[in-house]
Design a binder for this molecule. Structure first.
Ligand SMILES: Nc1ncnc2c1ncn2[C@@H]1O[C@H](COP(=O)(O)OP(=O)(O)OP(=O)(O)O)[C@@H](O)[C@H]1O
Ligand SMILES: [Mg+2]
Length: 302
């Protein structure tokens, strides 16, 4: 992984410090299986450098950006390279302080606290992910404000005082494209360093196809052209951003590997992401100009 990060442009100095971090902080046996082992690597040197530097500095980070820009993938990759257990919380209108910190339950007629994800992350030096943090109910996060700033403690009446382990970090993700997203509270944002996630570069996109999908070179070129053409059309406002879906494209390629014809696979992953007939046709035109109907899907892989 260090070699991959060096290739991505992360400085040796940061990687040295990362090594020191990993050696310094103990990982308890009972949470070893919480260190993620993500399916994909995150590609993007500048984002890697920013996020590693911020987390080494003891800060929390907020990853913001459009859909499928790798916010969750990066979070998992970060917990992996820092060798920390991860707790993921999907924030929504029903999450409240007890779903974060814990709830009282009865065991043998005694009240015991069933620890919530923030509690466990605080205890084990974990990485706690507030996923879609902007979907959280107003103020449900206010109980953790003191944990997110220099105080690094959670002090809620009725709970023990929870001091954060030194290795504990918080990562928020938010997609500013979703309908229904709330403006994030300024006091909350102020507790994070914010990383705006760029859409993927052509060279990184190509590298993912090469390294994660074992496609033949000519097909790598075609998928790169497809994605870049779609992006260009979207930038020129000829189509919306709905079909620009990296997640959908990767899933399509996975189904091609299982033998589904290229165009059927792209229908599901790209074309049908828009519900506008006119837009669908523009997308189909691009696909038809690049791919033939009768290509055996298995033959596109090495
Ligand atoms: N820079 C990148 N490097 C590697 N994979 C990427 C990158 N950007 C997007 N992806 C791919 O896009 C897909 C979606 O990634 P992820 O779920 O992390 O996105 P997200 O930003 O959390 O999206 P959303 O806002 O929709 O939740 C994954 O298949 C991931 O591999
Ligand atoms: Mg996400």
């Amino acid at each position: 992984m260090n070699e991959f990060l060096l290739n991505q442009g992360v400085s040796e100095k940061l990687l040295d410090e990362l090594d020191k971090f990993r050696k310094y902080y103990n990982l308890a046996d009972e949470v070893k299986d919480r260190v993620p082992n993500p399916h994909y690597k995150y590609y993007g040197g500048e984002v890697w450098e920013k996020s590693i530097a911020a987390l080494l500095g003891g800060y929390n980070i907020l990853l913001t950006g459009p859909k499928a820009t790798g916010k969750n993938i990066l979070s998992e990759n970060l917990a992996q390279i820092f060798n920390r257990p991860m707790w993921n919380m999907s924030m929504n209108v029903t999450s409240d302080s007890s779903s974060l910190l814990g709830t009282d339950t009865f065991v043998n007629n005694e009240v015991v606290l069933r620890k919530g994800p923030v509690y466990s992350a605080a205890e084990y030096g974990g990485f706690a992910i507030f996923d879609e943090i902007n979907m959280a109910k107003n103020d449900s996060l206010s109980v953790v404000y003191s944990a997110l700033d220099y105080r690094r403690v959670i002090d809620v009446p009725g709970y023990d005082r929870i001091f954060l382990d030194e290795a504990t970090r918080f990562i928020g993700t938010m997609n500013y494209g979703y309908i229904g997203t709330k403006e994030l509270n300024e006091a909350l944002i102020s507790r994070f360093l914010v990383i705006d996630m760029p859409s993927i570069s052509e060279s990184n996109f190509k590298m993912i196809l090469e390294e994660e999908f074992d496609l033949k070179d000519e097909y790598i070129e075609l998928f790169v052209r497809l994605f870049m053409d779609l992006q260009k059309k979207s930038l020129n406002a000829e189509i919306s951003s709905k079909p620009i879906d990296l997640r959908g494209l990767f899933s399509s390629i996975e189904t091609m590997r299982r033998g589904l014809p290229i165009k059927s696979a792209l229908d599901m992953g790209i074309v049908n992401k828009t519900f506008d007939q006119y837009e669908k046709e523009i997308v189909l035109d691009i696909i038809n100009s690049l791919f033939k109907d009768n290509t055996d899907p298995i033959s596109i892989f090495k």
